[in-house]
Ligand binder design. Structure first.
Ligand code: ADP
Ligand code: MG
Length: 300
């Protein structure tokens, strides 16, 4: 097969591993920088050009679209979809998952557990917003944040009020969330492929930190998840419409709570923690599914 990896950086661990896994299985792999693609949108023969050539003959695309280029990256992926090329995750599901608020709304509709969350743009009554989610301690999140940046723990009512007011003063959209203290600074990343959790790791925050992001000094280790956690992770990926997803959940007194669902989950941490060939499993998934079913693109 000819497989395109939509990635801006050929040297990233995940990109390299996917490229390698394609080649190991005898496929041709091309790394495509979405920002450098230009498209011809027409009803007869839509096309995509990259470095002066027409990108044709692809059987599948593995989208690894950075959160800073979601808009254009998804447009390029959508163009491949218009050309009937199989994508590991569809553009619509990726854009959905990039919006934290929209994601939580979709997950709540499916009845998936999540921390009590409030959302505000310009509330007249910050005190009521705080009360609505159960009072301090609270986690306040910038909607656009990633890698733990823009996630703040406000331990007291006063701290919550001033952080919320400061963020709103900057005209930022924020989420105000119940703090799950019993998670103890740890979260669980479940790696879902094709409706199955194929690997899971626990990320533990560094001493004195509540955010478990590896970028914030967290450390990863192997973990056995419970059947309920497995079920929740699968339901979350399904609710987002993602075939490949990194589902992050917190262990709480009332069971697993979803924090976010990532459409381009990194491979480095999880392959190191579990020793599994996850890149290879993504290619296996493509081999099983590419060309099998044509998607209904009408609901784009
Ligand atoms: P980002 O997208 O920046 O990674 P997250 O929502 O995943 O933001 O939050 C970063 C980290 O902060 C999480 O991995 C988790 O360890 C911690 N965290 C986030 N929300 C909560 C919460 N409601 N209760 C406890 N810890 C949380
Ligand atoms: Mg996170």
């Amino acid at each position: 097969m000819k497989i395109g990896i939509l990635s801006q950086d050929a040297n990233l661990y995940s990109t390299r591993r996917l490229h390698e896994a394609c080649q190991q299985r005898g496929h041709e792999a091309v790394i495509i920088n979405a920002l450098r693609c230009y498209m011809n949108i027409n009803s007869v023969q839509p096309s995509i050009h990259f470095e002066g050539t027409d990108l044709i003959g692809f059987d599948a695309i593995i989208p690894r679209i950075g959160s800073d280029i979601t808009f254009y990256g998804c447009a390029v992926l959508r163009q491949f979809e218009m050309m009937d090329v199989f994508s590991v995750n569809q553009s619509i599901a990726i854009s959905r998952s990039r919006d934290k608020l929209r994601s939580l709304q979709l997950l709540s509709r499916e009845g998936v557990g999540m921390p009590v969350t409030g959302f505000a743009s310009k509330p007249d009554d910050v005190l009521d917003l705080i009360k609505m989610v159960g009072g301090a301690p609270l986690v306040i999140k910038l909607l656009e944040g990633t890698q733990g940046i823009g996630v703040v723990l406000a331990e007291t009512q006063k701290a919550a009020e001033s952080v919320i007011e400061a963020f709103l003063g900057l005209k930022a959209h924020i989420m105000v969330q119940e703090y799950i203290e019993e998670a103890g600074g740890a979260d669980i990343r479940c790696f879902v492929i094709g409706g199955k959790v194929i690997a899971a790791m626990k990320r533990q925050a560094a001493e004195g930190e509540f955010r478990s992001n590896l970028h914030r000094g967290g450390s990863a280790s192997l973990i056995r998840i419970t059947p309920e956690e497995r079920k929740t992770a699968i339901a979350a990926a399904k609710a987002m419409g993602l075939s490949v997803a990194g589902v992050d959940l917190l262990r709480s007194k009332r069971g697993p709570l979803i924090m976010e669902v990532n459409s381009s989950p990194g491979l480095e941490g999880i392959e190191a923690a579990t020793g599994k060939d996850i890149a290879g499993m993504i290619i296996d998934h493509i081999e099983k599914n590419a060309g099998k079913s044509r998607r209904n693109l009408k609901n784009q």
